[in-house]
Design a protein around this ligand. Sequence first.
Ligand SMILES: Cc1cc2nc3c(=O)[nH]c(=O)nc-3n(C[C@H](O)[C@H](O)[C@H](O)COP(=O)(O)O)c2cc1C
Ligand SMILES: [Fe+2]
Ligand SMILES: [Fe+2]
Length: 396
Amino acid sequence: MHNARMIREDLYYVGASDRRLNLFENVYPIPMGVSYNSYLLLDEKTALLDTCDRSVEGVFMENVAHVLKGRSLDYLIVNHMEPDHGATVLAVMEKYPQAQVICTAGAAKMIGQFFDGAPLGRIRMVKEGEKLCLGKHTLAFYTAPMVHWPEVMVTYDETEGTLFSADAFGTFGALNGDLYADEDKPDFGEMRRYYANIVGKYGVQVQNLMKKAAKLDIRMICPLHGPIWRQDLDKLLGKYDLWSRWEGEEGLVIFCASIYGGTMNAMERLASMLSERGVKGVKLYDISAQDKSFLVSEAFRCKAAVLASASYNAGVFVAMEDFLHDLKAHDFKNHRVAYVENGSWAPSAAKTMKAILEGQALETVGETVTLRSAAHEKDAAALEALADALCAAMKE
Ligand SMILES: Cc1cc2nc3c(=O)[nH]c(=O)nc-3n(C[C@H](O)[C@H](O)[C@H](O)COP(=O)(O)O)c2cc1C
Ligand SMILES: [Fe+2]
Ligand SMILES: [Fe+2]
């Protein structure tokens, strides 16, 4: 049974959702599933914009056939060749032998790499700003390297002001009937987790894409994951602008890595001190108990972060070590951070944390607090001083 959806008389959603996949890219939990979006334009010529993941190939192919209603497919536009979108490119080329593939030179090379025997002669490579007229609609192609792979381009329908934005502006979460972001409360938490983990490292490249987008009259954004945006585009672009500059949005987060509970005990007290000083909405995480993708997202969200950890083998507790390497891999910067360490014989956590983050433009708040084995009443003064410094930093 097909599940294609009409967007306009001549534009259809032909993608599909996966609710079974446990880990997206075999690493990110997706408790609410994920959608693989694909769009079909019917003009004098027909054009399919991206294909789908192999897991939804059946319904995707059925959707395409249903919307074409026997017409031939003239163009397959490949904006991104990562397999969550490109896995069924060869299947589409085989089923629609007249279709010409439109993509960047980088994507053309990847089609050859992913598929043995792909008919590469049917590929037409396009460059920045090149256009394709389908009849009523004229499509313009803009490269978007590293958002999220090097071969990425986005497609702008000049006639309707629709941007087919590839992975940009996407989110985790299957579609649940609603096709547009404005039909439900947009889940910026999941959008941020998607952004931070998938595209987060490439803020500079996202900024470049935003500069290109600013010159276009965009009335609708059709991403490759999640709902379509036709309202509140300013809000969406505003979030992307903040995230891609690594600018925190709001709040203070305490990331705590504790083996026996001593460091956590102190952080519970610090959280109370902050609340008493008027810093509300603090989130305190035991980072061993949370999936890293949520923690990275929280780090992107917050204005200031406390990094608190037990020492471990002359270094820092492994959960914190992993987390900080992940943050660094996403080029985490432009935030305020405070350090708390704990150790029973030679505390080494703070030094190690600072060494991992060295070179990242981070502003240190307050003095490093060092605990010895447990949290003692005598440590309260140092925690109070840190709470004061954090409180002042949050007010700036
Ligand atoms: C495998 C292992 C390695 C450790 N290495 C160090 C260390 O290098 N330096 C140190 O001062 N404490 C070290 N510790 C001790 C803990 O850091 C210390 O007991 C700390 O107070 C624990 O804080 P917590 O109660 O928050 O887990 C180690 C503990 C474990 C289990
Ligand atoms: Fe991707
Ligand atoms: Fe994707």
